[in-house]
Design a binder for this molecule. Structure first.
Ligand SMILES: Nc1ncnc2c1ncn2[C@@H]1O[C@H](COP(=O)(O)OP(=O)(O)OP(=O)(O)O)[C@@H](O)[C@H]1O
Ligand SMILES: [Mg+2]
Length: 474
């Protein structure tokens, strides 16, 4: 085991020497700093320090200032303060600022050692608890991937081979094919499983916001940057970052991302201190990235960086043999009531599911089953409950007929809107963000329109077909 590294910060050379011999004798590795500036330099240096043992009263920067900087700069080092006897108020303030503990001077040698040992014990315990909690709480997503078709078996093999490496993985596939599920599976089967898996939806943010989301920003770097903030890359340090919908990333952001992939280093927006991270990258897209490269919308060099290992998620229509297994899985997942047994489904209904084309892939299938369970009220699911392909919604609106029948322009526009929204929801398996994207609307606006038009979220595809005259104002 490597020795724990303690940084002693005190302007008094005799105290530093005393603590050094004491701590080295107890098996720690020790460094020394004489001033606040030295402390910050050593910490920013990137060499890991497990504990900072710091005098409150120091030249240049006081212990309080240093604590503040440690928090602000996200240096993440635990601190035990040494304060002169009788300054309890300051000690309390120090704890509030994030110091872990404090020792009063003059100190007993044994007190120092006990305080430090206790700190490391506490740290080990919390790490253990956190690890246990992720294992229990996040239940291994591997158990949730269903499918025995040969293409899925190939995918499991690839995941098995790459999960424990740090290789960048690019997951391509249509909407709802399970890209995010695969990304989770890779993370939870990797050595990084106890560290965070941080997800970023690249399509949902404008360029400047996305950059500050990814890389963080310094205070005042743009109008709304009131405080300094860590980016997702930093939050995912030692873990995995999942860059979803990477095909939507602007060329400017792509350039910055390329640098992170090449050098594992970046600066916060508005900052100039390079930050090093150890973050594994998994990216997903439903676009054909090679086509995007050819069209000049995606950087070729970034494409090749991402494309170290590529996993192609097959559309559900190309692996229909998996449908019965998926149905069984979703019936188990979506019970009519908590504790109720999984609903039953007729062979005829399965037959219909096998014949459907599933443009929204597994997500559409899952939504269909979830809805059928509700519609069947806990009874047996039949074809009636599936509400597949609402053929009539695609009917073209007969303008001549409408004008003749006095249907207003407003009512007709509302009908067209309803049809477009329902169709977009259907094609994207009920995913409203994807539907909004397809319609060229901000998600919020789509939700507002759905409310105005009375489109039932759970029953999108079940809405009444719109025929001529049917919606004439009364
Ligand atoms: N093989 C599978 N087994 C079980 N559930 C699956 C499978 N594939 C997908 N799902 C489920 O389908 C839903 C959609 O999957 P996911 O979000 O991973 O798709 P996606 O490819 O990321 O979609 P999008 O491109 O729209 O973001 C999720 O609820 C997921 O759990
Ligand atoms: Mg997704």
């Amino acid at each position: 085991m490597t020795k724990r590294h303690i940084l002693i910060a005190d302007d008094d050379a005799s105290i530093r020497a005393l603590l050094r011999s004491l701590l080295e004798g107890d098996g720690y590795r020790v460094s020394e700093a004489r001033t606040g500036g030295e402390v910050i330099n050593l910490l920013s240096d990137g060499k890991p320090v497990d504990l900072l043992l710091m005098d409150l009263r120091m030249p240049e920067l006081s212990g309080m200032d240093i604590l503040q900087r440690i928090t602000d700069q996200g240096l993440g080092v635990p601190v035990i303060l040494m304060t002169a006897f009788g300054t309890a108020n300051i000690a309390i303030k120090a704890i509030q600022l994030g110091a872990h503990d404090y020792i009063t001077k003059p100190f007993e040698i044994e007190d120092v050692l006990v305080t430090i040992r206790r700190f490391f014990e506490y740290q080990e315990l919390t790490a253990e608890v956190r690890a246990l909690r992720t294992q229990v709480g996040a239940r291994d997503p591997t158990e949730r991937i269903v499918g025995r078709s040969s293409c899925m078996l190939e995918i499991y093999k690839t995941i098995g081979k790459v999960a424990r490496t740090d290789a960048t993985v690019l997951i391509m596939g249509e909407t709802g094919t399970g890209k995010e599920l695969v990304a989770e599976t890779i993370h939870f089967n990797s050595l990084r499983r106890t560290a965070p898996l941080v997800k970023v939806a690249c399509a949902s943010l404008p360029e400047t916001l996305l950059e500050s989301e990814l890389f963080g920003h310094e205070k005042g770097s743009f109008t709304s940057a009131y405080t300094q903030r860590k980016g997702r890359f930093e939050l995912a340090n030692k873990g995995t970052i999942f860059l979803d919908e990477i095909g939507e990333m602007s060329l400017g952001t792509q350039k910055k991302l390329l640098r992170v992939l090449q050098e594992r280093e970046f600066e916060r927006v508005g900052g100039n201190v390079p930050i090093k991270v150890d973050t594994r990258v998994v990216a997903a897209t439903n676009k054909n990235l090679l086509e995007e490269v050819e069209a000049g919308r995606f950087r070729a060099d970034l494409y090749y960086r991402l494309n170290v290992i590529t996993i192609h998620m097959p559309p559900l229509r190309e692996r229909k043999d998996d449908i019965p297994f998926l149905v069984e899985h979703f019936l188990d997942k979506h019970r009519f009531a908590p504790g109720a047994p999984p609903a039953k489904i007729t062979d005829e209904a399965i037959e219909l599911l096998m014949r459907h084309d599933w443009p929204g892939n597994v997500r559409e299938l899952e939504n269909t089953i979830e809805r059928a369970v509700v519609l069947a009220q806990g009874g047996v699911i039949t074809g009636r409950h599936l509400l597949l392909t609402p053929v009539s919604t695609n009917r073209i609106i007969d303008v001549g007929d409408r004008v003749r029948n006095g249907v207003t322009l407003e009512a007709t526009i509302a009908d067209v809107e309803r049809l477009m929204i329902l169709e977009a929801l259907r094609q994207h398996g009920g995913d409203r963000s994807a539907a909004a994207h397809a319609l060229g609307l901000p998600r919020r606006q789509l939700l507002a329109r759905m409310r105005d038009l009375n489109i039932e979220p759970a029953l999108e595809t079940a809405a009444a077909p719109v025929g001529t005259g049917a919606s004439a104002p009364s």
